[in-house]
Design a protein around this ligand. Structure first.
Ligand SMILES: [Zn+2]
Ligand SMILES: [Zn+2]
Length: 152
């Protein structure tokens, strides 16, 4: 995670560097600061709920790259894509394109509601995680009811 370290100036430098600077660097620095604030509570312990929230946020912000990071690969992966709009039912199996926004536009219902889906470890049904959709609470498999979350 060398890229994180690169973007974190010492506290003094961060305060001094409020002037104009490249937008990308500004955003990276801000994101890192927010991550740090959110990740640790007063006891300096990582809050698991926040981690899930960050995963959703990161996927929304970073799209393909962050998704690939979470999926543990830097190569394009074939994923199931599902439209989360009620009653639409669009789904696809293909590689995510680099820079592809998530959620994507559904070719059937034209809503921005196409998310990469996770396969249920029990029954292999593709489900969109609540975290990805910005909904609170654990995701239950739509077919067998098993709890789904990142990492299996
Ligand atoms: Zn749709
Ligand atoms: Zn299932």
């Amino acid at each position: 995670m060398a890229w994180l370290g690169d973007q974190v100036p010492r506290r003094k430098a961060a305060r001094a560097a409020k002037g104009p600077s490249p937008a990308g660097r500004d955003i990276s620095g801000l994101v890192v600061a927010v991550f740090k604030k959110l990740l640790y509570n007063d006891e300096e312990q990582i809050r698991p709920v926040i981690v899930y929230g960050l995963a959703a946020l990161a996927i929304g912000v970073g799209g393909y790259f962050v998704y690939a990071r979470w999926a543990g690969t830097d190569r394009p992966v074939e994923v199931s894509l599902l439209c989360a709009t009620a009653g639409c039912g669009y789904s696809d199996e293909r590689q995510l394109q680099i820079g592809e926004p998530i959620p994507g536009i559904c070719p059937t219902c034209k809503q921005a509601s196409v998310y990469p889906a996770f396969r249920c470890p029990k029954c292999r049904t593709a489900n969109v995680l609540n975290e990805d959709r910005g909904i609170k609470g654990r995701t239950k498999c739509s077919k067998c009811g098993a709890e789904l979350h990142y990492g299996g």
